[in-house]
Design a protein around this ligand. Structure first.
Ligand code: GLN
Length: 541
């Protein structure tokens, strides 16, 4: 396997123009996958130009899902794509926001580090951006670091990032960097024409900033002819072979294959002066074939708060794509509005489903509906997977309807309840008092031998990522176990309950952690794979 580890790390910058949401994250991930397939070690990082420190406090309506890394950083959902495409865990070094940059510069200023100098966007902010960009490269673990610059070229707020990348190109040497610019070629239905002018303008804007892109990826609904490529190449000073189209495809996982067919990886490697080694995409291809060709449909309800916003559950939806492929089925995810699920409506809303996933969530909206859904799945033998708030709802529902504690609740929503089956545990209070806001990141979990979840994982000691504040209240541990909702996963250090399962039910497992953050194409998550399997069995009955 080729490696230039002793040499310099090469940097690829990915920018976007014309419109937002063109899929820079998917293009960056696809390029990483292609370079990995040729034996290079690759990391991807995201520069987000907003002033929030992280998306943890951002409303999902603004930013979709909040993704959590192993080391407990709340990040943009693009990091989820990076992991799903590359199988490489991300960390705090893979995510930067303008808020983080300013925060550290201001702290240094308060500390007197600038020794009385005027602190300015250039060079202080750009220096801090450059330092962060190179953090991963300096670890010497990677041949290539791909840096995705959020926002659209021309935005005031992304300018310092483009400027930092421009400076780096000259500091590191032109042969050690490449700029990939993603733009849109709109199709005018009225005249039946594809239009290149917005792309030309966007490249001109980049040139104004001193950046000549090396590769253009053109997002388009219609395949581009050679004439369009020629025209774009000519107007934008780019080789014709470096003009690559990205046509809409049925699954995002096909994008690397489309890019490979147009030799995007070779063009980038040539630009970086790296040898073009043989590419192995066999398993990726097989996965894409299974995603595209499986015809049997399995209906799974995702009972959650943000039904009109599928991006809020991005990692869950993608986990079902991975798990569907393993089981040779297409999982059709039905987003069910939790607050509309009532004792009267539940049969109609969940009746045709082969499995029910109770989604995570903050706040009170929809929790009663989630509990009705739990009761429905529990009493009708429908496979159920509860995640985070989903587990808490399964626990509360069981306490109310089986243990007979009518007022059982979580302290989060009912601080006065006499039966706080979900509470903040003493072991955690000190951390929260120190200002930690949540239990975040990877924690170990010991699974009970002989439990269903143990057989699902096939191992006893697992590690999963968390993002929550409240916990199963261990004072009720024995009572739940005796009544049949058994705590079957416990954190070995703190004793906190991480998983419960229902005795005598074909498949009813709820977990306090987020398995969806760890499912990727190479390693589909066993809980999702097994849950889909149970749904297939339920459908066959
Ligand atoms: N609101 C719950 C808690 O903080 C659950 C959080 C979640 O589902 N991510 O414990």
């Amino acid at each position: 396997m080729y490696s230039n580890k002793s040499d310099k790390t090469k940097y690829v910058f990915v920018t976007g123009g014309v419109a937002s949401s063109l899929g820079k994250g998917i293009i960056s991930s696809s390029l990483a996958r292609l370079l990995l397939a040729r034996g290079y070690s690759v990391a991807i990082q995201k520069m987000d130009p907003y002033i929030n420190i992280d998306p943890g406090t951002l409303n999902p309506y603004e930013h979709g899902e909040c993704y959590v890394t192993e080391d407990g950083v709340e990040t943009d959902l693009d990091l989820g794509h990076y992991e799903r495409f590359t199988s490489i865990p991300t960390s705090s070094a893979n995510t930067v926001t303008t808020g983080k940059i300013y925060y550290s510069v201001i702290n240094k200023e308060r500390n007197g580090d600038y020794q009385g100098k005027t602190v300015q966007v250039i060079p202080h902010i750009t220096d801090e951006i450059k330092r962060r960009i190179q953090l991963l490269g300096k670890s010497k673990k990677y041949d290539v670091v791909i840096t995705e610059i959020g926002g659209t070229v021309g935005d005031i707020e992304s300018l310092p990032y483009i400027e930092a990348a421009r400076q780096l190109r000259y500091e590191l040497g032109v042969q050690n960097t490449a700029f990939l610019h993603l733009t849109l070629i709109p199709y005018m239905a009225a005249s039946g024409e594809l239009k290149t002018k917005p792309t030309q303008h966007s490249v001109k804007q980049l040139l104004e900033y001193g950046v000549q892109p090396d590769v253009l990826v053109l997002r388009t609904e219609q395949p581009l002819g050679n004439d369009i490529r020629k025209k774009v190449a000519l107007f934008c000073n780019v080789d014709q072979e470096a003009v690559v189209e990205s046509v809409d495809v049925p699954t995002i996982y096909e994008v690397p294959l489309k890019m490979h067919a147009q030799r995007l990886d070779e063009v980038i490697l040539q630009k970086l002066g790296l040898p073009i080694k043989e590419s192995n995409l066999t398993e990726w291809r097989q996965f894409v074939e299974r995603v595209k060709n499986s015809t049997k449909v399995i209906d799974i309800a995702l009972v959650g708060k943000y039904v009109e916003l599928p991006d809020a559950y991005k990692s869950i939806s993608e986990s079902f794509v991975h798990a569907g492929a393993v089981n040779d089925v297409k999982v059709k995810l039905h987003f069910v509005a939790a607050e509309k699920v009532t004792a009267e409506s539940v049969q109609e809303m969940l009746g045709g489903m082969h499995g029910v996933l109770i989604g995570p969530g903050m706040g009170q909206r929809g929790v009663e509906g989630k509990m009705v859904a739990c009761e429905y799945a529990r009493t009708n033998n429908v496979p159920l997977l509860g995640i985070c708030m989903g587990m808490q709802c399964a626990v509360i529902e069981f306490a109310r309807n089986v243990l007979g504690y009518a007022d059982a609740d979580t302290k989060e929503h009912n601080p006065l309840t006499k039966h706080p089956v979900i509470d903040i545990m003493d072991s955690e209070k000190s951390g929260f008092e120190r200002g930690e806001t949540m239990r975040l990141g990877a924690f170990g979990c010991q699974l009970t031998k002989g439990s269903k979840i143990h057989s699902v994982y096939g191992e006893e000691l697992i590690s999963e990522r968390h993002r929550h504040r409240y916990e199963f209240n261990n004072e009720y541990f024995d009572e739940f176990a005796a009544a049949g909702l058994r705590p079957v996963g416990v954190n070995p250090e703190s004793g906190l309950v991480e998983a419960v399962e229902l005795d005598g039910h074909p498949w009813y497992i709820a977990v306090q952690y987020h398995p969806e953050y760890k499912s990727n194409v190479e390693h589909p998550h066993p809980l999702f794979v097994n849950f889909v399997k149970a749904a297939i069995e339920f459908e066959g009955k």
